[in-house]
Ligand binder design. Structure first.
Ligand code: HEC
Length: 157
């Protein structure tokens, strides 16, 4: 009897240990509650360079990309629409797809798309590239821009 009790306690402890600390908040919630001036994506929060966080950020970006799909898709081999196909856009020279008639402004901008340039463009397309034909689709929230960039980067892999 005494042995059975000890065994039961042992199983209970093992079960608790397996449960471990509770899961971290989803990234989307951390982004929503963050106040201006707070430290960038708080201590312990998943970031782009940490595996689990990357998945969440990419998923968040994929959802946010819905704001772009009226004009763009990021499908491999997808057609350009009102805006150019964005599959694998990271690392690409701006205005370089053959199947899209870019504005002269973007085509001659000399921009290569990376996290920094995409962030500036999405924050204010016409402010960054005066004369660009992308006159809608600006994204005010910096975390959302980062998530969209992470999603677009993931399509290059
Ligand atoms: C109203 C239509 C429209 C919306 C909405 C829109 N775009 Fe665009 N986008 C364009 C057009 C048109 C261009 C081409 C601009 C040019 O030629 O100057 C463009 C160009 C781009 C480029 C440059 C691509 C290249 O090949 O150089 C990127 C990156 C981009 N858009 C990202 C986005 C993202 C991300 C969103 C959503 C947050 C978005 N756009 C929303 C119309 C749109």
């Amino acid at each position: 009897m005494r042995n059975e009790t000890l065994l039961a306690v042992g199983v209970l402890c093992a079960g608790l240990a397996a449960c471990g600390p509770s899961e971290p908040e989803p990234v989307v919630e951390q982004i929503v509650v963050r106040e201006p001036g707070d430290p960038a994506v708080g201590a312990g929060a998943p970031t782009l360079s940490e595996g689990a966080g990357e998945v969440d950020l990419v998923a968040l970006g994929e959802r946010a990309f819905q704001a772009c799909t009226g004009c763009h898709n990021a499908d491999p081999g997808g057609a350009s629409m009102a805006g150019p196909n964005l599959h694998g856009v990271m690392g690409r020279a701006a205005g370089s797809r053959d199947d899209f008639a870019y504005s002269e402004a973007l085509a001659s901008s000399g921009i290569t798309w990376d996290f920094a340039t995409l962030d500036r463009y999405l924050a204010n397309p016409t402010g960054y590239v005066e004369g660009t034909a992308m006159v809608a689709g600006a994204v005010r929230d910096g975390e959302t821009r980062a998530a969209i960039a992470a999603y677009l980067a993931s399509t290059s892999e």
